[in-house]
Design a protein around this ligand. Sequence first.
Ligand code: MG
Length: 190
Amino acid sequence: MFPNGVRVYHRPFLIAIALGMRYTHRMIRTGIGYDSHRLVEGRKLILGGVEIAHEKGLLGHSDADVLAHALCDALLGAVADGDIGQHFPDKDPQWKGADSLRLLAAVVARLHAAGWQIVNTDATVIAEAPKLAPHIPAMRQRLAEIMQIPMDCVSVKGKTNEGMDATGRREGISVMAIATVQKAASGVAP
Ligand code: MG
């Protein structure tokens, strides 16, 4: 839009208007997600659907897969469809101890039902320990299967917090995630 309010259209759209044609365009949306869980003894450590040998695991109502949870929120955020807590309340017994990839699959199904396709996702896992690099290919593969997109559209990166704050003291693991989705939309040119 110019400051004076004149709308700027791309040429194919102007041609569609001139011919009174139906037109299609691609809607692109992005969303962010964040999650963190406390590390405690006596729990399995599961990240991106992959069980990782470690002396502690993440505490939570489900399996506490912090990576899957952040991706759920990124995907829901991209389509402005609430958040993981709204769709899968932690008071609900059906999600107690649940495999969080089931939650992610349910989010993907919601997006597909609304006509959205996932383009790509990216995530940064912030964990002082254990070393994540050896497990990242397996995480990407599991997540790609669940999100029904190629593995090269699913990025997972590991970081430490350089010993700073609670994450740096190995008290928990946190994840930042972003997702891009697309949908073909059509209309009749005015
Ligand atoms: Mg969570």
